[in-house]
Design a protein around this ligand. Structure first.
Ligand code: SAM
Ligand code: SF4
Length: 419
């Protein structure tokens, strides 16, 4: 292609880290005078930001790449790039399998977040009111089922001052809420010479004028420190929402998963968090049907969720990921039907729990940071990360609204402006 492409389309699936990287890529394109298009059909440049954490996500990415073959044939001028966790080190294999793709680049390579100048270039000029800020890439844990360390590499923390500068700049440009991202945010700083941790970062960011809310994810039960709990409890801008994946309720399964904690330790961590942080909302990730998981072991997961009552649970059926320890050494011996049955049970249980937890919010007045409109209604989230919808004629965008809740469901709340 002789000219710079004018219109781009980015298709993103997967975790918040992918979303953050796509946002930054979009911002770079805009700075080069390009415009976003809603569909692949009228784009000059198409980027697919892919996920392979589960087979379902991988299949979606593979289908999308295949669909683009016809588009490339009809319009050879169009440029296609693939990034995200489907891109491993063997780019030659990928190029051979998908000759219609022009570029492959690994997750985190573009914009290159290790290059502070280039990464800074990708800050959006007109950002939305909320922004993701990656603070640590990769993971050293090698949980037996997980492909992330193989695709995103080992842990690398961003320098402390770079993050603080970036958040200051985002706030100057209008951002009011930041979510600090990492596969394991509790590891933040371990690889840095100054050894400052996530707790230090929270204290520092809490002092930034104009920043109203701070979130972070994901925590790891084996690494979450007492000091971090103290920081969350004492920093007024740090929201009362923690994602703390247990993955399973049985010690035997946790050992096979190589998670590094027992259920007794997990329970005592949750009790400690609830004791110190009032109004905390907790969410969890669960995998059902991990190799050898018996009915009794699955029942232990059900028991854990029933007793600890999480605000949200992201449950998934185990899917073997090539190259991981579990895929290499364990037979995927739970049938698809049985995995589905366990998954449905967890989903039904969680729906009931979330219905009850949210019903307690009826008639309460909650603070919402308004992020925009969805289907004609204003939309924002509580500090505890619950989506709230309300109707109003005034422009609430980017403001804090106090909303009296008059309808609840397991997934979201509805209300009216209280003041
Ligand atoms: N770092 C986080 C942690 O320690 O839990 C989560 C990162 S992982 C990319 C996101 C979620 O995907 C995990 O919490 C897990 O529940 C799910 N997951 C990862 N590998 C999986 C697999 N092979 N099969 C099913 N679910 C999987
Ligand atoms: Fe994957 Fe485990 Fe690392 Fe989370 S902590 S990204 S589940 S290896």
């Amino acid at each position: 292609m002789n000219e710079t492409p004018k219109r781009y389309h980015i298709w993103t699936i997967g975790c918040q880290m992918n979303k953050a990287e796509s946002d930054r890529l979009a911002s770079l394109f805009e700075k080069h005078g390009m415009q976003s298009t809603g569909t692949v059909n009228n784009a000059d440049l198409i980027v697919l930001n892919t996920c392979v954490v589960r087979k379902h996500a991988e299949d979606k990415a593979t289908n999308k790449i295949a669909i683009l073959k016809a588009l490339k044939k009809a319009n050879p001028q169009v440029k296609i790039a693939v990034t995200g966790c489907s891109v491993d080190s063997d780019v030659t294999r990928l190029k051979k399998a998908y000759p219609h793709v022009d570029y492959f680049f690994k997750a985190g390579e573009c914009p290159p977040w290790e290059n502070r100048e280039e990464w800074a270039q990708s800050l959006p000029e007109n950002p939305p009111v909320t922004a993701y800020v990656p603070i640590i890439q990769g993971c050293n844990n090698f949980c037996a089922y997980c492909i992330v360390p193989y695709r995103r590499g080992r842990e690398k923390s961003r320098p402390f001052d770079d993050i603080v500068c970036e958040v200051r700049e985002l706030v100057r440009r209008g951002v009011r809420e930041v979510t600090l991202l990492g596969q394991n945010v509790d590891s933040y700083g371990r690889d840095l010479p100054e050894k400052r941790q996530l707790a230090d970062l929270l204290y520092e960011l809490n002092d930034i004028d104009g920043l109203w809310r701070i979130r972070f994810l994901t925590n790891h039960p084996k690494d979450m420190s007492e000091r971090l709990i103290e920081a969350i409890a004492s920093c007024d801008k740090v929201c009362e929402a923690i994602n703390l994946p247990a993955q399973a309720g049985s010690d035997e399964i946790l050992t096979l998963m190589r998670r590094g904690y027992t259920i007794a330790e997990y329970r005592s961590l949750i009790a400690n968090i609830r004791r110190h942080i009032s109004g905390i909302a907790l969410s969890n990730d669960i995998i059902v049907g991990f190799p050898t998981e018996t009915e009794e072991q699955f029942e232990q997961t059900v028991k854990l969720l029933t007793e600890l009552r999480f605000d949200a649970v992201h449950a998934a059926a185990y899917s073997p990921r090539e190259g991981t320890l579990a895929a290499r050494e364990m037979r995927d011996d739970i049938s698809a039907t049985e995995k589905k049955r366990r998954l449905t049970l967890i989903e039904q249980l969680q729906e009931k729990i979330a219905t009850e937890i949210n019903a307690d919010l009826l008639d309460k007045e909650l603070e919402i940071l308004v992020e925009g409109k969805q289907k004609g209604k204003w939309f924002g989230r509580t500090r505890t990360d619950k989506p709230v919808f309300f109707e109003a004629n005034e422009n609430w965008y980017g403001k804090l609204a106090t909303i009296r809740i008059d309808r609840t469901s397991p997934w979201s709340l509805q209300g009216t402006v209280a003041k």
